[in-house]
Design a protein around this ligand. Structure first.
Ligand code: PEP
Ligand code: MN
Length: 326
């Protein structure tokens, strides 16, 4: 017992030293960040991980924290100011590269779009599919959006991801697959209790409207009512031999408007899964009273790593704006 105590005292001393070294590292990173053009340097990160193979996982964490510490903290956006009907959120399904998101943010800024979507942790059906760039993707998105004075919305799938990126995103997205992850909903509710950061909750693809509203109630349970309810299509028999990935749940707009004060966003990209139908469904959603749209846009949908078939290219997005903005 005595020995254990002694060893623990020694371990505590080592931990103190590690913490001190991490502090020194953080200060050096801060100094270096003033000399670099971009936060993320692929080659440099690879080199550090290779040099520290033995503790690769720990170093990956250190590097992720270090990247995040170089991003500016943001003030909360005020949703009410942004919802000048219709609110249009646009951007790629996933962040794929610095160039991709820089091009997209700039294009969207020129068209007046103030909120950019972009996945960094992707909920993919197959583990073989592209899973997102993680924190690397966030640095690209944050930098590109800041340059163009835009806010960002990013999906989190776990509480850990929420903690990691919370200070650097403007709207938290809870995706369709996690609408019923009550642990995650509770964590998001608790985390946003103090600052009321906006949350966009997507309807589960198999969820009833009532279940959707109850999931939203989990989010507001600590007083944050800054919730956007996002309809994104549901699974029905229509998907058999159909060009539609989901059935656009347009009538739910009418019902939600009766039952909640939350703003309603319609996602025509996932609701149809087919770019050919995006514009008409968007128009219908707004006519039925949706407060806004969340649309997937990509500079070159043919090469997209995720959801290219439903993403609009820049020209198609301009057509959409003509259709939905008078
Ligand atoms: C998304 O918006 O990136 C997404 C994955 O959508 P959903 O959760 O609706 O499938
Ligand atoms: Mn997508």
């Amino acid at each position: 017992m005595k020995n254990l105590k002694k060893l623990r005292t020694k371990i505590d001393l080592v931990d103190d030293k590690i913490a001190e070294l991490l502090r020194t590292r953080k200060n050096l990173v801060k100094e270096a960040s003033g000399l670099k053009e971009h936060i993320f340097d692929h080659e440099r990160e690879k080199e550090i991980l290779e040099r520290n193979q033995e503790f690769k996982d720990i170093f990956q964490l250190i590097l992720d924290h270090s990247k995040l510490s170089q991003l500016k903290k943001r003030n909360n956006i005020v949703l009410k100011e942004l919802i000048k009907k219709p609110l249009i959120i646009a951007g790629p399904c996933s962040i794929e590269s610095k160039e991709q998101i820089e091009k997209t943010c700039f294009f969207l800024k020129e068209r007046g779009i103030k909120i950019i979507r972009g996945g960094i942790f992707k909920p993919r059906t197959s583990p073989e599919s592209f899973q997102g760039l993680g924190i690397e993707g966030l640095t690209y998105l944050r930098e590109a959006a800041d340059k163009n004075n835009q806010s960002i919305i990013v999906e989190v799938m776990t509480e850990k991801q929420l903690e990691l990126i919370y200070d650097h995103i403007d709207i938290i997205q809870v995706g369709s697959r996690n609408m019923s992850s009550f642990g995650l909903l509770k964590a998001v509710a608790k985390k946003t209790a103090k600052d009321h950061k906006p949350i966009l909750l997507k309807r589960g693809m198999n969820a009833m409207v009532d279940e959707f509203l109850k999931a939203a109630a989990y989010l507001s349970e600590h007083g944050n009512n800054n919730i956007l309810l996002c309809l994104r299509g549901i699974r029905t028999f229509e998907q058999i031999n159909s060009e539609l990935r989901n059935t656009p749940d347009l009538a739910a707009i009418l019902e939600l408007k009766q039952k909640t004060d939350c703003k309603i966003i319609f996602d025509p990209s996932h609701a149809t899964g087919n770019r050919r139908y995006v514009n008409q469904i968007s128009k219908a959603a707004l006519q039925l009273g949706a407060d806004g749209l969340m649309v997937e846009v990509h500079p070159d949908p043919e090469t997209a790593l995720c959801d290219g078939q439903q993403s609009l290219n820049f020209k198609e997005f301009e057509d959409l704006l003509r259709v939905v903005i008078n």
